[in-house]
Ligand binder design. Structure first.
Ligand code: SF4
Length: 323
């Protein structure tokens, strides 16, 4: 399958001001997304999901730097691009939507103005650009009048649809959605997910969906990659992840879902918390929270192995690849 996004061995470090020392935050992240394919990066806050997305968009903050790896977007390594090349690629090859649309929409411009300004094709006339804006507004479920509305005149769900329109106006190959439904009520969130499904089909889009909620994506994406402490610990197709989670962290994430409870059962949580990147536990970073911890887990980092066709990082499944 043709790859739209191919992230290889990505390592990103944070520079600490006081001592100028560096802490590695992404520790060799690897995944790929094919044409019209969708992948969800799932994990708790602080696992490195959003940082992965920001790196893919070439939007790393100044105190972060890429130490190693490749991020091939439609075959070109965005890590080797100049700032100008990155600006040209953003929106055209990949669009992004975020958790809080109100923080990204400019309150003094109408929705239509903001979609219009996002168009990168300089060969289009003003009339053609406006037509493109109206078309994309219709694609996200609006009528033309939304073009003239200001962000404060729109609900949270409508603002997110405008953000989707901005992200799609240049017809990108990849859409990155970073927790796009977290700030919305359940019904509105379900509407956004349904819309994304329709748009993937209509635009031939590939999707990178970032979420802390594995149940939200289990029936929606093709593949799930579970992240923990800057690493992908398990990656496979979504149904397989839900039916047969291999990594103990994935198993816990799924066991805590409300729909897995028997009636009268207490709410479950994963004991402990995501470790501080500046002070990671030795060996497997999940070992202080893991019910299956072994002596080796405290001393060494587990390698990636393949079990039942699933890529997993855990000593429970041995040390070498299945043949
Ligand atoms: Fe648990 Fe060990 Fe597997 Fe880490 S490597 S998840 S501690 S069993």
């Amino acid at each position: 399958m043709e790859k739209v996004l191919d992230v290889r061995e990505l390592k990103v470090a944070l520079r600490r001001d006081v001592h100028r020392s560096e802490t590695e935050i992404l520790k060799g992240v690897e995944f790929s997304i094919g044409k019209k394919e969708s992948l969800a990066l799932v994990g708790e806050s602080g696992s490195g999901k959003t940082l992965t997305a920001m790196t893919v968009m070439g939007l790393l903050p100044e105190n972060m730097s890429v130490k190693k790896g490749e991020v091939l977007l439609c075959g070109r390594d965005i890590l080797k691009m100049s700032q100008q090349e990155l600006r040209d690629v953003r929106g055209v090859k990949a669009g992004m939507i975020f958790q809080e649309p109100s923080s990204y929409l400019n309150p003094v411009f109408t929705a239509g103005n903001q979609i219009f300004e996002a168009i990168k094709d300089t060969s289009l006339s003003v009339k053609e650009k406006k037509k493109r804006c109206i078309d994309v507004l219709k694609d996200v479920g609006f009528t033309e009048d939304i073009y003239y509305r200001y962000p404060h005149q729109l609900s949270g769900g409508q603002q997110q649809r405008v953000m989707i329109a901005i992200a799609l106006v240049n017809n990108p190959s990849l859409l990155i959605a970073d927790e796009p439904t977290t700030a919305l009520d359940v019904t509105t969130a379900a509407g956004i997910i349904e819309l994304l499904k329709i748009l993937m089909e209509r635009y031939g889009l590939s999707l990178l969906f970032i979420t802390h909620d594995i149940s939200l994506v289990s029936n929606f994406v093709d593949k799930i990659a579970v992240m923990y402490a800057g690493r992908i610990v398990e990656i496979t197709d979504a149904k397989m992840t839900m039916d047969m989670p291999l990594h103990p962290y994935t198993e816990k994430l799924i066991a805590c879902l409300p729909e897995r409870y028997n009636s009268g059962e207490k709410i479950k949580t994963i004991e402990g918390s995501v470790p501080d990147f500046h002070n990671l536990p030795s060996g497997c970073p999940f070992h202080p929270r893991c019910p299956y911890v072994m002596e080796i887990c405290r001393k060494s980092e587990p390698p990636v192995v393949k079990k039942y066709g699933i890529l997993v990082r855990c000593f429970k499944y041995g040390m070498s690849m299945e043949t």
